[in-house]
Design a protein around this ligand. Structure first.
Ligand SMILES: Nc1nc2c(c(=O)[nH]1)N[C@H]1C(S)=C(S)[C@@H](COP(=O)(O)O)O[C@H]1N2
Ligand SMILES: [Mo]
Length: 364
């Protein structure tokens, strides 16, 4: 591996945001916490993360190349893909770096608060049957998805590329997607075709796919074998980032001050509400604190409509005058519960510490 460049994974900062982080943050927006009110996130409010540039794609000439360790390679047009069996799923997508800004020292990358999430209604065709039709050869190991976008990371020029093992690629929920919330994919979300891997952090959902290649050795591309690894030191191999850890978010109550975003709300009874999700299993429990984590109350959960989509929760709050520190935490079906403090790792991945919201309650 080449030496680390400033801004490559493995460089950190303590205090003020750098110019580069702010530059990334103006391109890659989070969603708006008040948009938690919508069961399906409106397209323009879904978070956005693009490593390089949105590529220019001509739908008239675009094709998807399928090949490698298969019996029958194929080339499909968008119309041919759309003519295949279609499925629509609500899936909560979250960037693996969500929550990164809570770390000290702070890994230098896209500086996410807690807003790198959205619950989209994705329409596409299941990947598994398509791979079966191609005829996977016995020595097939990984399926590599190549995006049309090109850039440089850690001195390496590359197309954005990620792989799935054959077993992961054949999961029934994994799909090739051409529509979001009933509209053709917008350019920034991967037009004309992207991968959606329900339950996994965002990096696996390759946008602007133009090639799917089955390979007979574990794929070792940059985004697979170097980036998106849980590790403490740059020269450790680490473990791959995959399933989304549990998280609950709350619609910040009351009204914000313009610049500080500090909240104020009149004393009285308020219904706190939000959403929770986890890749590991259905949400079992959401707890709410209004005293900075001293006491926790159980929120009421809506039935979980979609296995990989978020679930709504509400919790009554009798707000008394003064300053209050609000928070919420989710526990999933495998017993994973959000920590109060994020666990540090070099890339700043999987930082699912509880969201904290300071609210000033005024005399009503
Ligand atoms: N081709 C390509 N696919 C990509 C990316 C990218 O930069 N290029 N970013 C990944 C990351 S890190 C995330 S979090 C999600 C974001 O998807 P969205 O922008 O549609 O929300 O896309 C993933 N797929
Ligand atoms: Mo991401």
């Amino acid at each position: 591996m080449t030496a680390l460049q400033p801004g490559a994974e493995g460089t950190v900062a303590m205090d003020n945001l750098t110019r580069e982080e702010v530059g990334l943050a103006t391109r890659n927006h989070g969603f708006l916490l008040e948009a938690l009110r919508y069961p399906v996130t409106p397209v323009g409010m879904h978070y956005l993360l693009t490593h390089y540039d949105v590529p220019s794609v001509d739908p008239a000439t675009w094709t998807l190349d399928l090949g490698g360790r298969v019996e029958r390679a194929a080339r499909l047009t968008l119309d041919e893909i759309r003519a295949r069996p279609s499925v629509t799923q609500r899936v909560t997508m979250e960037c693996a770096g969500n929550g990164r800004m809570g770390l000290r020292p702070r890994p230098l990358s896209q500086p996410w608060g807690v807003e790198a999430v959205g619950n989209g209604e994705w329409t596409g065709t299941p990947l598994g049957p398509l791979l079966e039709e191609l005829g996977l050869l016995d020595d097939a190991v990984d399926v590599v998805f190549t995006g049309l976008d090109v850039g440089v990371e850690n001195d390496i020029e590359q197309n954005y590329e990620r792989s799935l093992t054959i077993a992961d690629a054949l999961r029934a929920e994994v799909m090739l997607v051409y529509a979001l919330n009933g509209q053709p994919l917008p350019p920034q979300h991967g037009f004309p075709l992207r991968l959606v891997v329900p339950g996994w952090y965002g990096m696996g959902n390759v946008k602007w796919i133009s090639r799917i290649k089955v390979v007979d050795e574990p794929f070792d591309g940059y985004q697979q074998s170097y980036a998106y690894r849980m590790r403490m030191e740059p020269d450790e191999p680490g473990t791959p980032v995959s399933w989304i850890r549990p998280r609950a978010l709350m619609i910040p109550p009351g009204v914000p001050e313009f610049f500080t975003r500090e909240r104020s709300i009149p004393a009285g009874r308020h219904a706190l509400q939000g959403r929770a999700w986890s890749g590991f299993g259905p949400i079992q429990r959401v707890e709410v604190t209004t005293d900075g984590g001293v006491t926790w109350a159980d929120a009421d959960l809506e039935p979980q409509r979609d296995r990989y989509g978020w679930v709504g929760w509400t919790c009554d709050w009798q707000a008394s005058p003064g300053r209050h520190q609000l928070g919420c935490r989710a526990t999933d079906g495998q017993g994973n519960r959000q920590p109060i403090e994020p666990e540090w790792n070099l890339g700043g991945y999987g930082c699912n510490a509880v969201q904290q919201i300071a609210v000033v309650v005024t005399e009503s």
